[in-house]
Design a protein around this ligand. Sequence first.
Ligand code: G6P
Length: 744
Amino acid sequence: MGRTLRFLVVLLAALGLLAGLGYAVLARITSGWFERDLELRSSLAVRAAHDSLAGRWTSDRAGLTAILSNIARDERIMAAAACSLHGELLAATEGYPAEFPCRSLLERMRHAAPEDATSWTMASDLAAGPVQVGVFLLDGDPEPLGAVVLVHDLRFLERREATTRNILLVAFFVLSLGASVVTLLAARFAWKRWNLELRRALGGEGTDEFQPLVRDVRALAQRLAEEREQEGRAGAWSAERLHATLKKYLHGERIVILANREPYSHDRGAEGVRVLHPASGLVTALEPVMRACSGVWVAHGSGSADRDTVDGDDRVRVPPGEESYLLRRVWLSEAEEQGYYYGFSNEGLWPLCHLAHTRPVFRAEDWEHYVRVNRKFADAVCEEVEGDDPIVLVQDYHFALAPKMIRERLPRATIIVFWHIPWPNAERFGICPWREELIAGLLGASVVGFHTRQHCSNFIDGVDAFMESRIDREATAVVQGERRTLVRPYPISIEWPVHWLSEVPPVAQARAEVRVELGLAPDALVGVGIDRLDYTKGIEERLSAVDQLLQRYPEFRGRFTFLQVAAPSRTKIERYRELNERVEALAAEINARWSTESYHPIVLLRTHHEPTAVYRYFRAADLCYVSSLHDGMNLVAKEFVAARDDERGVLVLSQFTGAARDLTEALIVNPYDLRQASDALAAALHMPADEQRARMRSMRRLLSEFNVYRWAGRMLVDAAEIRRKERMTGRFGAGRAAWGVEGA
Ligand code: G6P
C-alpha cells in the first residue's frame, strides 16, 4: 500500500511538470491555428466582396462604407477600411482606429516578405486590447485597385484559445492518468506473477507443495525490513561488533550467564580426562557469545572429571587453550539433579512446553528441588557478579525462578531471560500446579525473550490469565507496580562464520571419506539427521519417511542411505529410554525390509559426536532432514546450512520448528505426513544443482546476517536502553521498595 501511495505521489508530480510544459507548447500551437484561421477567413471575406467593392471603389464612397460595415458584422472584426494604392483612406467603418493609417500600412506591406505581397498581417495592441491587422490587396486590371484593411479583435481569439487549451490539457491529463493506472495495474499483476514464477522456479518441478507458510515468509520479510532499517549502516554483526556493542552501550561490563548445561565438560575415559562439547543448541549459540564478550558462565558441573579441573572457587578458564572466559561450576547432589533436572525440568516443563504427546509429570518433591536448586544457582550468580548492577543472562526452563531470586539480592541488576523452548498457550500452561510461581519468577527479569512472537503472546496471555498485573500490549511489556518486564522475540541463531569449519575437511573430501567409512559406493546418495535422542525431534517419523521413500520411489532402493546420529540424552528418564528402544527397533525393521547383502538404508549412530564430526557429516550429505514435532528454533538446521559452503545439499525442514520461519527456502514439510515427507525427500534427491544453489545461497545469506551475535547484541541493546531509562528516572537510587521487590 505504501509503495502504491509513493508511486501515485511521484506520478502526480510528474504529471504536474508535464502539464506545465504541455501548457506552453499548447499555447503556441493553438495561437498558430487561430491566427491562420483568421487570415483565411479574412481573405475569403474580401474575395467574396471583391466585385461589389470594385464596382464602387472610386465612385461610391457611401456604398463602399456600407459593404465594409457588412464585412465587419462578424463579431471578430472590429473595423474595416478601404485604402487607395497611394495610401489614401477611401472609406472606413465607424470607430476605425486612427493608429492604422492607410499610408503606413501599405508602406510596411511593401517592405514585407514576397509571400506577403498580396495579403499581410501584423499584431498590435490598442487600449481596448490586442488586435490583428490584415491588409488585403484588391485585384484590378492592370494594377490592384487598392487594399482592404480588416482589424480583428484578438480578445475573442484569446478566449477561444484559452478554452481550447484547457480542454486539451484536461484531455491530456485524463489520458495520462488512465495510462498510468493501467501501467500500475499491469506492473502489480506482473510483480505478482513474477513472484509466483520466482517461487515456482525456487520450488522447481515437483517441489511446489513444500513451500513455507505464506505467513512465515511475510513475517520474515517484515522482520528483515524492520531490522535493516533499525540497523542502518552499522554493517554485519560479528564477534567484534558484539564486543564493541557491549563496550558502547554497557561500558564493557562483565556478563554473567546462567545456564544449566556447561559449554565444556571434563570426562574421565580410558585414555584419561578429555574435554567434551555437549550436544545442546543452547551451548552452540551461547558459547561464541561468551567468547566475544568474556565474563562468567555459571553451570552445573556434570562431567565425571569436572571437580578435578576447577580451582578453589570452582572455576576453570575456557575454552581450553584460549581461556577467554570463566566457567563457574555448581555441584548438585544426586537427589537435587534427579528432582530439579530430570524431574521438574525434563519430566514436567519440557513436555509441558512441547506439543509432542508426552504427558508432563509434576511431583511436589521435584518442585521443591527445583526451587532449592534455582536458589543455589542464583546465589552462585550473585557471588560471580561485580558491583550491584550487573548484567545477568538467565537461560532456559531450568531457571524460571532464578530471575526473581537474583532481583531480590541485586535490585539494580539488569536481568535478561531467554526461554529456548516454546511457551505453550495459557490453557495448556495452566495445568502446571506452580504456574503462578513460574511466571512471577520470570517477571523478576528486565527482559524475557522467546524465539517467536507466538511464544511471546502465549506468555503474555498466561500472565494475563494467572497474575495480577497490567499488560502494556503496545510495548509488549508486563507492568507490576513500578516494575516493567519487556517481552520480546529474539530468534536465536549460530555464529557466522562457524569456527569449527576450519577443522573440517572440504565437501569433496568429506563426501569421499564418509562414503568409505559407511561402506557405500562413491556415488551413493546420503541423507543425514543429527539430534539428541529426544521424542520432540520426530526421529521415528523421520525413519518412517525414509521407509516410505523406498516404498514409493524404487529408484532409491540400494542407492540412498540415511545416517541418523542420535546423541544419548536424559537417559535416566523412562520416556527417553523407551524412545531409544523404539528408534532402534524401527531402524532394524526398515533395514530388514530393504537391506541386501551390501546395502542397509538406515545407519544409526547412538553416541555423542563432537562438532567437527557433525559438520563433516553435514558436508558429506546430499540432504539433511530435520523433522521435529515441535521445536523452539532448532539450530541443527542452521548448522547444516552453515556447513555447505559449496552451496549444495537440500534441507528438508519441519514446519513445527522456529527455524522454518527463517529458512524459508528449505523444503518445508509436516513430519507427521509421511507421504508428503517422503515426497520431499525424493524431491531433494532429484533437485537440480542450480536450484540447490539458489536455495542454499539465499539461506546462507540470511544466516550470515542473522547470526548469534545479532541475537545477543539486540538483547543487550534493549537491556541497555532499559538501564538508561531507569537511571534517568532515578529508580536506581530509590532502593528496594521502588523496585517492587519487597512484596514480590
Ligand atoms: C535443549 C534445551 C537446552 C539444553 C539442550 C540439551 O536445547 O533448550 O537448554 O541444554 O536441549 O539438553 P540437556 O538436557 O542435555 O542439557
